[in-house]
Design a protein. Structure first.
Length: 554
């Protein structure tokens, strides 16, 4: 999956969103930079005062002024720290909400080609983003502003010091943009290798039988070694860029220190610069050059910032469902379903449908034996996939023009066990606060789970693990079905669910699902023989065409 924007473009977008706080931090940084000149200027004044005869009163005034300015600078620094903390919290919450929204509304055809749980790991880079942004805003911007202000001060001292400023700027730009070529690219490649390794660990954890024999264990070890080698190679390539920048910065630090001392000493001897100005210049340049000794760490932080923006961008770029404004008129009766000339291409991930026409009256029960094993037809009815040709109408409303989120308030699709880490009643409600306890009990009774739930120590408040424990796998499937029944859908779609239900409980569930009093139209995909007597209409899909089973038998 390729990113649609470069990290630099994402950084620009982030700065635009957070421009108020960023502008505040820059203003604070300028203020701190100006205040930081207090020390070298005070030292210059002190040296000049001593050189022309030491007086106690000027020294006392100088000390008080310096204390006052340092107090202001430190107070502003504390405000910077607070603003950055608020920014970090906002980054976490904003990106968390974005990730939840994007992952929940991702188009199904994208899910066919990508493993979303693995892509969700990219969210953890928001922690890196927090730390990298904090360092950049507090340290890097502060250092740059202080260096610029310090260089301006040097330029006023002597033209040679202005030339020294230009030399420093040119060398720093050379280190950043010439020696740093491909730095962001190699950092992203290193991060990609890291996430490939994490995805492999997820695969191992999700397949507990994979390593239980000698050949499987050997494969896991060999593949793990290959991924580790890929990561080490990517790390080496990135370190080459970072290391040459770091060596160049350290070399510049040594040359600049020596150059300033020699040039400044000559200017003092030649009476072009006072001793106080030389000491002040040394203090200013010393602070600037100290940053050069840490340039490697600073650049590493910048690369991490760019990489984290790139990884979070994967979540921002997930293709989303269209959200149309047209709404279905709320009705209390079951849905009428009309499928007109529906076509879906023959692909490994979906069923082939060729100009299907199908019409269901309200409360009608349809059984699809074969030809819909991949769930493509039900996906189209639920609005998860868009047909290649043709269209579907629910109560006369074209699905292409309706609000899908509101549509799904009327339709329920049950395919696999989907349990969240919550209580039994929490799994049934799933955010629907208007459900009563009686409705939940009725749904549990319909799937033959009520007695089991009430036998648990905490009853309906029993907490379930993410895998459904203490429920069995089959019971979690029934609990998922019970959730759909709680919400009383007008169209109920069951995709091979009933094939997996315990044969001892299946007849009772079928009786409830097909009762004349229930408020839904029912479409079942399954091959269980006991399903047929409960559904008046039975079809199969062969070569993309609908075949009526009753007519075929006759």
């Amino acid at each position: 999956m390729a990113s649609s924007q470069s990290p630099l473009q994402r950084l620009r977008d982030l700065v635009i969103v957070e421009r108020d706080d960023v502008n505040t931090l820059i203003i604070y940084g300028v203020a701190v930079g100006l205040m930081s000149l207090a020390t070298p200027i005070a030292v210059q004044a002190l040296v000049n005062n001593i050189a022309f005869g030491a007086l106690l009163q000027p020294l006392f005034v100088l000390t008080i002024v310096l204390l006052f300015l340092m107090a202001i600078a430190n107070g502003i620094s504390a405000l910077q720290f607070y603003v950055v903390e608020m920014l970090q919290r906002r980054l976490f919450v904003r990106h968390f909400g974005m990730a939840a929204q994007q992952l929940g509304s991702t188009l199904f055809h994208f899910r066919d080609k990508h493993h979303l749980p693995e892509l969700a790991n990219r969210y953890f880079d928001v922690v890196t983003l927090q730390k990298a942004a904090s360092t950049a805003l507090l340290d890097t911007i502060g250092y740059v502003l202080q260096s610029v202000i310090g260089m301006l001060l040097l330029a006023f001292y002597h033209p040679l010091l202005l030339a020294f400023d230009i030399f420093m700027i040119a060398m720093v730009l050379f280190i950043l943009f010439v020696l740093g070529k491909n730095g962001v690219k190699t950092a992203i490649e290193q991060s990609q290798a890291k996430y490939q390794a994490v995805a492999w660990l997820e695969t191992i954890a999700d397949r507990p039988l994979l390593t239980r024999n000698a050949s499987g264990e050997r494969y896991v070890i060999e593949h793990s070694e290959q991924l580790a080698a890929n990561y080490l190679n990517a790390s080496e390539q990135h370190f080459k860029v970072l290391n040459r920048q770091n060596i160049a910065a350290l070399s510049l630090h040594a040359v600049s220190n020596t150059l300033l001392l020699g040039m400044g000493g000559w200017m003092v001897i030649d009476r072009q610069l006072s001793l106080g100005q030389l000491i002040a210049a040394e203090l200013v340049v010393g602070a600037m050059l100290y940053g050069l000794t840490r340039l490697g760490k600073t650049l590493d932080n910048v690369y991490q910032l760019m990489t984290s923006l790139d990884k979070i961008g994967y979540l921002q770029d997930l293709p989303q469902e269209a959200d149309n404004e047209t709404r279905i008129i709320a009705e209390t009766d079951a849905c009428r379903v009309d499928i007109h000339h529906l076509n879906m291409a023959r692909l490994p991930s979906q069923d082939h449908l060729d100009a299907i026409d199908l019409h269901l009256a309200p409360r009608e029960h349809l059984l699809i034996y074969t030809g819909a094993e991949r769930g493509t037809l039900l996906d189209c009815l639920f609005g998860l996939r868009t047909p290649l040709k043709g269209h579907i109408e629910i109560d006369g409303h074209d699905l292409r023009n309706v609000n899908l989120h509101q549509l799904r308030d009327h339709i329920a699709l049950v395919r696999d066990a989907e349990i969240v880490e919550s209580s039994v009643i929490g799994n049934l409600e799933l955010g629907a606060a208007d459900l009563s306890i009686q409705q939940c009990r009725q749904a549990l009774a319909a799937v033959d789970l009520l007695d089991f739930v009430l036998s648990l120590p905490d009853g309906m408040n029993t907490m379930l693990s993410v895998h459904g424990a203490p429920f069995s796998k089959e019971q979690t499937l029934r609990l998922t079905l019970a959730r759909a029944l709680c919400h009383r859908p007008r169209l109920l779609l069951l995709d091979r669910v009933l094939d997996c239900i315990d044969q001892r409980t299946l007849p009772g569930i079928l009786d409830y699902l097909t009762d004349e009093q229930v408020p839904w139209t029912l479409i079942i995909v399954g091959q269980e023989p006991t399903l047929a007597p409960h559904c008046r209409r039975q079809i199969k899909i062969k070569d993309g065409r609908v075949i009526d089973m009753r007519e075929a038998e006759q």
